[in-house]
Design a protein around this ligand. Structure first.
Ligand SMILES: Nc1ncnc2c1ncn2[C@@H]1O[C@H](COP(=O)(O)OP(=O)(O)OP(=O)(O)O)[C@@H](O)[C@H]1O
Length: 250
């Protein structure tokens, strides 16, 4: 099976300071890969390289499907456009005729549980959760083979966070996109991912990876808590996950 996203030997530096080095990673079609690592290790930089919005100084990015969606912590909606028009943006950019856009917008809105009346609202009229649903619907709209999630739920309260995680799990199972989901929350990774990849704290290479038992969407809370407790207390893979090096933070 050809990978949906392959990063090979990625290296990057800002202002002469190496941020990433020797990062190689693949995500297969239909697979949700959580990318974990301590704050400041370069996860967002890697996501921007994977999305193609930042050219790496070293290494190669291969995205055979050509397109990818992105969801950020800040939903980044156009404030002057309704939810429907925000969701339709990728369709408009790829030249889908107006008459076909509405039905596609309604279909992805249903997938993220937005109601028809929400679609005519402007971002300022929507709650934080509804705005993030709109951002996810926008990422799904043109059916990209890969979606990159950059800590999308970090700012949400725990109940909403769980609901959004379930939404991603359901959408990934239905639409079969490949997802690279960046998070420093191991519990989140353990709920939503098929595979967890851990970055070294200094961004130079990967520490390793593991597969939590079971499948996303089928792990109950007990299984998730047991995995996280064992991982944080005894696995060398996660020993530095909660380290904080403020010199590497913006
Ligand atoms: N445009 C930029 N110019 C200069 N330095 C940058 C730039 N973007 C990021 N950095 C630096 O690169 C390092 C890695 O940042 P990045 O945001 O990729 O890490 P992260 O692992 O996503 O962090 P967090 O988990 O806190 O979001 C940080 O030290 C940051 O200050």
């Amino acid at each position: 099976m050809a990978a949906a996203l392959t990063l090979t030997g990625i290296g990057h530096a800002f202002l002469g300071r190496t941020i990433l080095d020797g990062i190689s990673l693949t995500v297969n079609p239909g697979e949700v890969v959580a990318l974990a690592g301590p704050s400041g290790c370069g996860k967002s930089t890697l996501a921007h390289i994977a999305a193609g919005v930042l050219a790496p100084l070293r290494g190669h990015r291969d995205l055979p499907g050509g397109r990818c969606g992105m969801v950020f912590q800040d939903p980044r909606l156009l404030p002057w456009a309704t939810a429907a028009d925000n969701i339709a943006l990728p369709l408009r950019l790829s030249g889908v005729p107006r008459r076909d856009r509405r039905s596609r917008v309604e279909a992805v809105a249903r997938q993220v549980a937005l109601l028809p009346e929400d679609l005519d609202r402007y971002p300022a009229e929507l709650s934080g959760g509804m705005r993030q649903r709109t951002a996810i619907a926008r990422a799904l709209a043109d059916g990209p083979p890969v979606i990159l999630f950059d800590e999308p739920f970090t700012a949400l309260d725990p109940a909403l966070k769980r609901r959004m995680q379930d939404l991603v799990t359901d959408a990934a199972a239905t639409a079969r996109f490949a997802a690279l989901f960046i998070t420093h929350d191991l519990q989140e990774a353990a709920r939503i991912a098929h595979r967890i990849v851990v970055m070294n704290p200094d961004g130079r290479g990967l520490t390793g990876e593991c597969r939590p038992p079971g499948q996303p969407g089928q792990r109950d809370d007990g299984a998730v808590f047991a995995f996280v407790r064992a991982a944080l207390s005894s696995s060398p893979l996660f020993a530095h996950l909660n380290d904080l090096d403020e010199r590497r933070l913006p």
